[in-house]
Design a protein around this ligand. Structure first.
Ligand SMILES: C[S@@+](CC[C@H](N)C(=O)[O-])C[C@H]1O[C@@H](n2cnc3c(N)ncnc32)[C@H](O)[C@@H]1O
Length: 263
């Protein structure tokens, strides 16, 4: 493995300012591993030449986006972190059902390839079909590639093996030759769109539930606090914010993640 190239410093600064993601100095192997294929795809003579063209202030947006797509981590699974979903299943969704509410509005922030909002849509349909049909799920991410896959809703055998019960697979997916696609009746309940958590403009308004999981761990404390303020401002009074088990404690967010009502 080669030593850190100055280009790695440029990529780190770019990712930090573009989407808050902190990459470590000693992760320089990612330069070749993740950006080498892009340099070849866009026909640059070297990864350094690609970085110089893609990460500058006046770089083409399509190159900047390609760097963000390549350098963000999209690891996710259906029903990731069971205890989180158990609270939704046993407490939160039943409470909506008995509250007399007709529908809810949910924001799944940093949704990656869609397993999280699809998990929610399936659970809502199972537990509260009338409410599910009228509810709105907004799912966002900074990565266009992740969002394209999420919108498509097609998952490999390996991906559906991670977290989905056979019952849900049979009920909510149609099987194709090499993949399983979420049925249209569930896909159409989710609106996928690009959003940068660090954006100065507010996120979706008046949400009953906002989930933001397994992303703030990549941010520094300042950015985490900024994002948490933005997320809180999207939750209606009485609504709930859900964090992941890897989210760090900050401003009263419980260590270990879970659901809580912001004040
Ligand atoms: C590890 S995945 C987590 C996916 C899902 N929430 C889960 O817990 O399984 C992190 C996601 O955060 C997204 N991300 C990173 N920085 C972001 C930012 N500034 N704004 C929005 N999304 C971001 C990445 O593109 C990636 O899809």
């Amino acid at each position: 493995m080669r030593d850190a190239s100055p280009a790695w410093g440029v990529v780190r600064a770019f990712m930090r300012s573009r989407c808050g993601v902190m990459l470590a100095e000693d992760q320089h192997y990612l330069l070749d591993a993740r950006l080498g294929p892009l340099a070849r795809e866009f026909r640059f003579p070297s990864v350094e030449a690609f970085v110089a063209a893609a990460c500058g202030p006046s770089s083409e947006e399509r190159l900047r986006r390609a760097v963000v797509d390549a350098m963000t981590t999209h690891e996710t699974t259906f029903f990731r972190d069971r205890p989180f979903w158990k609270v939704l299943e046993e407490v939160i969704i039943p409470s909506f059902k008995t509250s007399g509410k007709r529908a809810i509005r949910v924001w799944s922030a940093a949704c990656s390839t869609g397993q999280e909002p699809y998990s929610l849509a399936m659970l809502l349909e199972e537990l509260w079909p009338a409410g599910a049909a009228a509810s709105e799920i907004i799912a966002t991410d900074v990565s266009e590639i992740a969002l394209d896959k999420a919108r498509e809703g097609s998952f490999t055998q390996l991906e559906v093996n991670r977290g989905l019960s056979t019952g849900k697979l049979v009920r909510f997916f149609e099987q194709n030759t090499l993949s399983y696609r979420v049925k249209e009746s569930i896909r159409k309940r989710i609106t996928f769109k690009a959003d940068n958590l660090l954006s100065p403009t507010p996120g979706p308004k008046d949400c009953d539930l906002v989930m933001c999981r397994n992303v703030l761990i990549y941010f520094d404390e300042n950015d985490r606090q900024q994002v948490q303020r933005r997320l809180r401002s999207s939750v209606i009074t009485g609504g709930q914010l859900g964090f992941g088990a890897t989210e760090m404690s900050s401003q009263g967010v419980p260590m270990g993640g879970g659901w809580y009502r912001p004040r």
